[in-house]
Design a protein around this ligand. Structure first.
Ligand code: NAD
Length: 251
């Protein structure tokens, strides 16, 4: 079991789903967590239930000025994060011929540009303080394979996988590890509607070699591993957390 005592983790998208599960898991293992979300009420409600003086701060990851302000506030308050989990994300389902330009821009700007903006500011702080740290990006099986009617999402998540490798290369010498997880379908607010329909549930269960889609906690365990000292020699990888979905085609 990892021990995160003495660590401070920033978690974007920390109010819900995979971000919330990851925050709960590592807080339970000793970390102080700061939940960053545009949904400040959700973030505050979760932070209030977590140990080690968990905090919630409102942040839209697409707002670069707000990200700069956030890191200034953290510095002012003497808060020195050494773990960043980029979980804020959105999805758009459209045939590429119908995809509105603003939807393309929105998905890319939250999922890909937002992850980069946070990583850049975080890494600058670590460089300036001479400390190492870890970044875990939440990619997707849509970062490894295409998926019908998800051009913007698939492009953004392939971007996250590439960004993970690139940052690992460039930040490794600073002692900063950068990895990602690639979940398949995870039961969260993003996918809740799938679970209303028994035919969709049966189709999903059949698609996953392990017989079911994931719960957020299944993913959070791997996020925690990658953020932890146990993964100290691991950087630049994207680990599928997909019940075997990308292992091969089922007949
Ligand atoms: P979720 O909707 O439960 O949580 C996403 C969180 O991100 C929400 O709290 C939301 O308020 C926040 N958010 C969205 N845009 C934001 C912004 N601009 N700034 C700050 N916060 C913002 O969804 P989830 O399933 O937990 O998704 C988390 C990540 O996991 C996403 O990157 C998603 O693409 C990825 N993912 C999800 C699944 C799945 O099936 N649920 C599968 C693979 C990957």
């Amino acid at each position: 079991m990892q021990n995160f005592t003495g660590h401070l983790a920033l978690i974007t998208g920390g109010a819900s789903g995979i971000g919330a599960a990851s925050a709960s898991l590592i807080a339970g293992r000793g970390a102080r967590v700061i939940l960053l979300d545009r949904d400040i009420r959700g973030a505050e409600a979760l932070a209030a239930s977590l140990p080690h003086k968990a905090l919630a701060m409102e942040l839209d990851v697409t707002d670069r000025a707000a990200v700069a302000r956030l890191f200034a506030v953290l510095a002012d308050q003497g808060l020195r994060p050494d773990i960043l989990i980029n979980s804020a994300g959105i999805r758009e389902i459209s045939h590429p011929l119908d995809l509105a330009p603003e939807d393309w821009d929105r998905v890319l700007s939250v999922n890909l540009t937002g992850s980069f903006t946070l990583a850049q500011s975080f890494a600058r702080v670590l460089r300036d303080s001479g400390r190492g740290g870890a970044i875990v990006n939440i990619a997707s099986t849509s970062g490894l394979l295409a998926s019908e009617n998800r051009a913007a999402y698939v492009a953004s998540k392939h971007g996250v996988v590439g960004l993970t490798k690139q940052l690992a290369l460039d930040l490794g010498p600073l002692g900063i590890r950068v990895n990602a997880v690639a979940p398949g379908v995870v039961r969260t607010a993003m996918t809740e509607s799938y679970f209303d329909d028994p035919a969709t549930v049966a189709r999903l269960n059949a698609a996953y070699p392990l017989g079911r889609p994931a719960e957020a906690e299944d993913v959070a365990e791997v996020v925690a591993f990658l953020a932890s000292h146990a993964a100290r020699y691991v950087t630049g990888v994207t680990i599928p957390v997909d019940g075997g979905y990308t292992a091969g085609r089922k007949k």
